[in-house]
Design a protein around this ligand. Structure first.
Ligand code: SF4
Ligand code: SF4
Length: 371
């Protein structure tokens, strides 16, 4: 691809919609010509961002966007004259208190399709949702549940931002005393059919949010292909394990036994074999590194059962032992009688054995009084 490649709107949508390695492996906005297409196609779209049961980490992640810088997205330097119009964001907007509540309440009177609604956090539903209130009116708190039920029918689309909004996440962990639920579950129970996209992650990568929004603005909702969990396949279409630089170690049965060791992190509880995201290619903090790159297992933060499906360092079952799509395995597939599935399963078995050794070693250390 030459530096002067002129991307047409259709080319971009096709490319992005197919989730090719090009987009998967590079910052979306680093693609030559992308900014120009973006500038031609993006219209000003009002966005309301509400926080429900959350820690604000998803907002912090997006605000750390580097390519483009978040101020460029919001103020329009990337796309002169055209930009997202952030009606209100709890951390970014100067407007607070009653004036902020008025912005939200006024939107509820707008015609359907007037704005994009971003929800960060799970929705508390027990006892009419009183455990999460966002503002008050006439001396009464307004629950996030009430906001969602009144705003969602008026939105052109909803983005559930982060694993708590998408799947319940930490607020919905057992015993879930607040009755917290994912946004789409509440919508379904209320019979609200506004289109919804889940951008899962704890937190999600800034590119996953901004790239999704840009794609919708350019090509409409039909330009976004989602998986069975409503996640854009361009970002969540592949399993981490299949693109992991340590995959060769997994296939060879070389497992790290302690943090900081070389080798595959499966025996230390890596959830890469069952986790969908492009973290191995995209990396974090402007492509500097990512968890497995710094020696820590993936904890599976983009998946529906995070964080309670498995303990953080508990091993997962390997169901999808497919060939690495980016990195060559150590075993030469051409000359070997092993196929990728077999090597993957052998690796899984070796991982279980490795984990057993780790546990045995820890038990022995404990019994002998070692730290
Ligand atoms: S188990 Fe984790 S560290 Fe090992 S190859 Fe798979 S994703 Fe990489
Ligand atoms: S490596 Fe795993 S835990 Fe870390 S951000 Fe990516 S999906 Fe989440």
């Amino acid at each position: 691809m030459g530096e002067n490649k002129e991307w047409t709107r259709r080319e971009f949508i096709n490319l992005f919609g197919k989730g090719t390695g090009l987009v998967m492996g590079a910052s979306l906005f680093g693609i030559p010509g992308f900014n120009k297409v973006f500038a031609q196609a993006v219209a000003e779209v009002p966005v309301l961002w509400l926080q429900a049961g959350c820690c604000t980490g998803c907002s912090v992640s997006v605000l750390n966007s580097k390519s483009p810088e978040i101020q460029d997205v919001l103020l329009g330097e990337v796309v002169p004259g055209k930009h997202l119009s952030m009606l209100w964001h709890p951390n970014v907007s100067a407007t607070q208190g009653h004036d902020a509540v008025k912005i939200i309440q006024d939107l509820k009177k707008k015609p359907k399709g007037s704005f994009v609604l971003v929800i960060e956090g799970a929705i508390s539903t027990k006892d009419d949702g009183i455990y999460c209130e966002v503002g008050e009116e006439d001396g009464h708190g307004i629950t996030s549940l009430q906001h969602l039920k009144e705003l969602a029918p008026k939105a052109m689309a909803i983005i559930s931002m982060g694993t708590c909004a998408a799947f319940g996440g930490i607020p919905a962990a057992d015993p879930n005393p607040t009755g917290s639920k994912p946004v789409d579950q509440v919508l379904e129970e209320e019979g609200i059919d506004t289109p919804i996209i889940n951008i899962s992650g704890c937190p999600p990568h800034p590119d996953w949010f901004i790239g999704t929004v840009a794609t919708v603005l350019i090509g409409g909702l039909e330009a976004i292909k989602v998986d069975e969990h409503k996640r854009p396949v361009a970002f969540y279409g592949k399993i981490i394990h299949d693109n992991c630089p340590r995959r060769g170690q997994f296939d060879q049965g070389n497992f790290a036994k302690d943090f900081g060791d070389d080798g595959c992190l499966y025996a230390l509880g890596c959830k890469g074999p069952v986790t969908h995201s492009d973290c191995p290619n995209r990396k974090w903090n402007s492509g500097v590194n990512w968890p497995i790159g710094s020696g820590h297992p993936c904890i599976g933060c983009t998946e529906p059962k995070f964080p309670w499906g498995k303990d953080m360092y508990q091993q997962v079952d390997v169901h999808f032992a497919t060939a690495p799509s980016t990195y060559p395995g150590i075993i030469n597939q051409k000359d070997s009688t092993y196929d990728p599935l077999v090597t993957g399963l052998v690796g899984a078995a070796a991982g279980a054995a490795g984990a057993a050794m780790v546990m045995k070693k820890k038990k022995e250390q404990k019994e002998s009084g070692e730290a």
